[in-house]
Design a protein around this ligand. Structure first.
Ligand code: PGA
Length: 248
């Protein structure tokens, strides 16, 4: 059985003190959570949020990591820097990074390998655009990301994939339960073929894109969906808690 994982992606929201307040409100609401609960916060919020989650089930995640161990990479943060602060997860290759910051399949792959080498759990985002879905290219796009983003990984039980159809992110337009289930099922099947013998069966695949307190139950009831990567709804403690407690 794969343990469900619900992760919040705060994106560029919440100062350190706002983040600490949010987590303080969230803590009692997710006390009984049976899934893994993660908040992926802006790097500068990490120390404050680390302190604020103390004594709870909430785990700490970052939103990006550089692939080099150290060196002349102005503005970047290494896996070891995150690790030393108690960060356990890191989002890699979010579509916003791919669209606005020149992230490529190659850099996604390098960052993923660096995160794994440092003992972090990468949450690697893949997914198609609206144009690609409407053009019948979804599987082709995913095949390409699958081939390039995960090269050199030996144990897929140590990574999480977030399937995020770009057209569903921040738009309020969620994939239907069946669409999300079918596409995630396709990803799993394809990865089992491409990365045979590398523990793909134990890898968790989340759905992401306008998941909220209302639609989470239907999505999480689907057999292929192992969790959610939550943007907007992770900024409101009650909404995020409702998703974490999808099984109540
Ligand atoms: P959203 O964002 O839930 O606001 O659509 C999801 C994401 O970008 O990870």
């Amino acid at each position: 059985m794969r343990k469900p994982i619900i992760a919040g992606n705060w994106k560029m929201n919440n100062t350190a003190s706002e983040g600490a307040e949010l987590v303080k409100a969230l803590k009692p609401l997710v006390k009984e959570a049976k899934c893994e609960v993660v908040v992926c916060v802006p790097a500068i919020d990490i120390p404050a949020v680390k302190k604020a989650i103390h004594g709870s089930k909430i785990r700490l995640g970052a939103q990006n990591v550089h692939f080099a161990e150290k060196g002349a990479y102005t503005g970047e943060i290494s896996a070891n820097m995150l690790k030393e602060y108690g960060v356990q997860y890191v989002i890699i290759g979010h579509s916003e990074r791919r669209a606005y910051f020149g992230e490529t399949d190659e850099t996604v792959n390098k960052r993923t390998l660096a995160a794994l080498a440092a003992g972090l759990t990468p949450i690697v985002c893949i997914g198609e655009s609206l144009e690609e879905r409407e053009g019948g290219l979804t599987e082709k796009v995913l095949d390409n990301q699958i081939a390039l983003d995960f090269q050199g990984i030996e144990d897929f039980s140590k990574i999480v994939i977030a399937y995020e159809p770009i057209w569903a992110i921040g738009t309020g337009r969620t994939a239907t339960d069946e669409q999300a289930n079918e596409t995630i099922g396709y990803i799993r099947k394809r990865m089992k073929k491409v990365y045979a013998g590398k523990n793909v069966g134990k890898m968790r695949i989340q759905y992401g894109g306008s998941m909220n307190a209302k639609n989470c139950k239907g999505l999480m009831a689907q057999p292929e969906i192992d969790g959610g990567l939550i943007g907007g709804a992770s900024l409101k403690p009650a909404d995020f808690a409702a998703i974490v407690n999808f099984d109540k």
